[in-house]
Design a protein around this ligand. Structure first.
Ligand code: ADP
Ligand code: MG
Length: 291
């Protein structure tokens, strides 16, 4: 069968999903607009804390520009999602197992653009994802800085968009710009805000109020306040040691915050969870990329 035919067959299989496999899947994209605000550390630490609380977590490194999630998680990526797309590797060859059994799909820097895959590459990726399904109930996606098409597309495919901001005015402005683009061009109307690198909880609330005030006036969106992560030198020390802070220093203030945020996340499921099995999710994800 030619590749277009294979793709059509895969798409039409949507109806063949067995009800017994129906299980809601949370897809949380972690995004910010501005770089360097702590997205990758948030992804790694929330993944570990959610897994500790009983979730089955899969992490996708969606920062195809700087792909450094595996470094932060202390993992060596010998092969990446690009090798799957090129047909050289199966998914099972590239998936890594990190702290507490968190599964990680690593990316490589620079060369891979999800939104610029050819029809042939999408077909291969989809077939490989279907052939070796990885069980998970929570997918966390680390996105890159800026609002390029890959970032927007990953956010649009997620069931929850978690925006990370810091108290710096530039970060607040970029978080606002990101939510504006996502709401006006991709019809994402609901966001969760996590304020990182704060001195205390009050500082985080003031960032939230700041964003609420402008978004209430100019955007038709809803922002849920998810919490804060304290500024803590142990975070950068753990990056230096290539460990996640929750593993290296579980009792340090930042780790306590990650634990609290993970609990809040578990208690507040998405308004719209994807219903369907894992294969169904991958098909939906790839189907959203315009063919
Ligand atoms: N809560 C925190 N306290 C102190 N430093 C932090 C904290 N969160 C992140 N950092 C530091 O900020 C830098 C950028 O973090 P990173 O997760 O790579 O950001 P991004 O993925 O948004 O570019 C890292 O050097 C990290 O050590
Ligand atoms: Mg990052």
């Amino acid at each position: 069968m030619d590749q277009a035919g294979t793709l059509r067959r895969l798409m039409s299989n949507r109806v063949a999903i067995r009800p017994m496999n129906m299980k809601p899947i949370r897809v949380i994209s972690v995004t910010s607009g501005k770089g360097g605000v702590g997205k990758t550390n948030v992804v790694a630490n929330l993944a570990v804390q959610l897994q500790k609380l009983g979730s089955q977590v899969l992490v996708l490194d969606g920062d195809f520009g700087l792909a450094n999630l595996n470094i932060v998680m202390g993992l060596d990526a010998k092969a990446t999602i690009s090798d799957v797309v090129s047909g050289d590797k199966d998914l099972s060859d590239i998936i890594l197992t990190g702290p507490h059994g968190v599964r990680v799909i690593p990316a490589s820097s620079g060369i891979f653009r999800m939104t610029q895959l050819s029809l042939a590459e999408k077909t291969i990726l989809m077939e490989r994802l279907e052939a070796a399904p990885v069980p998970f109930d929570t997918l966390i996606i680390d996105t890159g800085a800026g609002i390029n098409s890959d970032v927007a597309y990953l956010n649009a495919a997620a069931t929850e968009v978690l925006v990370v901001a810091t108290p710096e005015p530039t970060s607040i402005a970029d978080a606002y710009a990101l939510m504006k683009v996502m709401s006006q061009e991709y019809r994402v109307k609901r966001f969760k805000l996590l304020v990182n690198m704060v001195d205390d909880a009050r500082e985080a609330l003031s960032v939230y109020n700041n964003l609420m005030t402008v978004s209430d006036r100019f955007l038709n969106i809803h922002i849920d306040f998810l919490g804060h992560i304290l500024d803590d030198k142990r975070v950068s020390q753990s990056v230096m040691a290539r460990k996640v802070v929750c593993e290296a220093w579980p009792d340090t203030p930042a780790s306590r915050c990650f634990e609290a945020v993970a609990k809040t996340l578990r208690e507040s499921p998405a308004k719209s969870e994807l219903t369907g099995n894992v294969q169904f999710f991958w098909r939906t994800l790839l189907n959203e990329v315009s063919l």
